[in-house]
Write a protein that binds this ligand. Structure first.
Ligand code: PBG
Length: 304
């Protein structure tokens, strides 16, 4: 009766990695229990996620070919576009969110079109909008731009509206830090930048007020859900964003946060289940309405 915060399976979103090829289910070394799976196997895994009561997944793609224009990101026959169709056919009730970024699709691993080693913001917007529209055309319920280019929410909103997808919401990675906690993800998605870093567009971990500025811009452009990422080192930021805006707030409990818990548990230094549940409830307590987390399946089993 006096507990202030609760965690429900309804708050969880499970990230999935879709790879090219057939009959592939490859465990990600630094993320025990997480797999990159080919399109033919993805629907079965999505069914399992749904059967645990988890309402949503977010998809990341690992394309066969990468190029300067990130063409795999908006290929109607790309890994994500095909995976979305498979999942929506097999489990129509499962909400399918798609990550929208170019870094998994560019040969250099950067989040946009490059010129002289710099990302060109505006030409990149066109490709992001094309990618998001292609996901929704394939049946995705909600694109989630994670690139941090300026103006991408507006560009995606306009592209969706022009195709008649006026009621498709956008979940924006509004407050995304240039974090070292993304290391295991980049191994999984094969998206480590070939040179340099992402500090030209992702945020400085020292900045808190700037989070409100970033979030306000995305709301202005039409974002329906704001995300803060990573989660655990940024609980103050989740709290600020929740107080400042009257929209649902998502938090991304990222790959490095997941990997650390597993690594320590494997050493026998912490209790895996207890630490996992403590992490998740703390993210809720800070103000997140929903949590994107690789722990979703394990947590769902405990919550059941
Ligand atoms: C970009 C993207 C990243 C993550 C989600 N979307 C990586 C990055 O910005 O380098 C990281 C997620 C995680 O670490 O779990 N497509």
């Amino acid at each position: 009766m006096v507990r202030e915060t609760s965690l429900s399976v309804a708050n969880l979103i499970y990230p999935m990695f879709v790879t090219f090829g057939a009959n592939i289910k490859r465990e990600i070394q630094s993320m025990p229990g997480c797999f990159a799976e080919s399109v033919d196997l993805i629907a079965n895994s999505a069914k399992e996620v749904h059967s645990l009561g988890i309402p949503a997944v977010i998809l990341f793609g690992i394309p066969e070919r990468k190029d300067e224009q990130a063409s795999g990101a908006y290929d109607p026959d790309g890994v994500i576009q095909r995976a979305v169709k498979e999942i929506k056919n097999a489990v129509p009730e499962l909400l399918v969110i798609t990550d929208v970024c170019l870094c998994e699709y560019t040969s250099h691993g950067h989040c946009g079109i490059l010129e002289n080693g710099q990302i060109l913001n505006d030409p990149t917007l066109e490709l992001l909008a094309k990618a998001a529209a292609s996901h929704v055309r394939a049946g995705a319920d909600m694109p989630a731009p994670s690139d941090m280019m300026d103006g991408r929410v507006l560009a995606i909103r306009a592209a969706l509206d022009s195709e008649g997808f006026t009621s498709t919401p956008i979940m924006s990675y509004a407050v995304k830090y240039a974090s070292a906690f993304y290391g295991p993800f980049r191994e999984a998605a094969e998206s480590t930048p070939a040179f340099g870093d992402r500090k030209s567009h992702q945020m400085d971990p020292a900045n808190r007020r700037e989070a409100i500025k970033e979030a306000a811009a995305d709301i202005e452009e039409g974002a329906d859900i704001l995300m803060v990422k990573p989660a655990l080192s940024y609980l103050d930021v989740i709290s600020d964003v929740k107080r400042a805006f009257n929209v649902p707030v998502a938090a991304y409990n990222v790959s490095g946060e997941y990997a650390m818990v597993h690594a320590a548990a494997r050493c026998g230094w912490i209790d895996y289940e207890k630490v996992m549940m403590e992490c998740l409830i703390s993210i809720k307590r800070a103000g997140a309405d929903m949590i994107l987390t690789y722990f979703a399946k394990d947590a769902a089993k405990i919550l059941a």
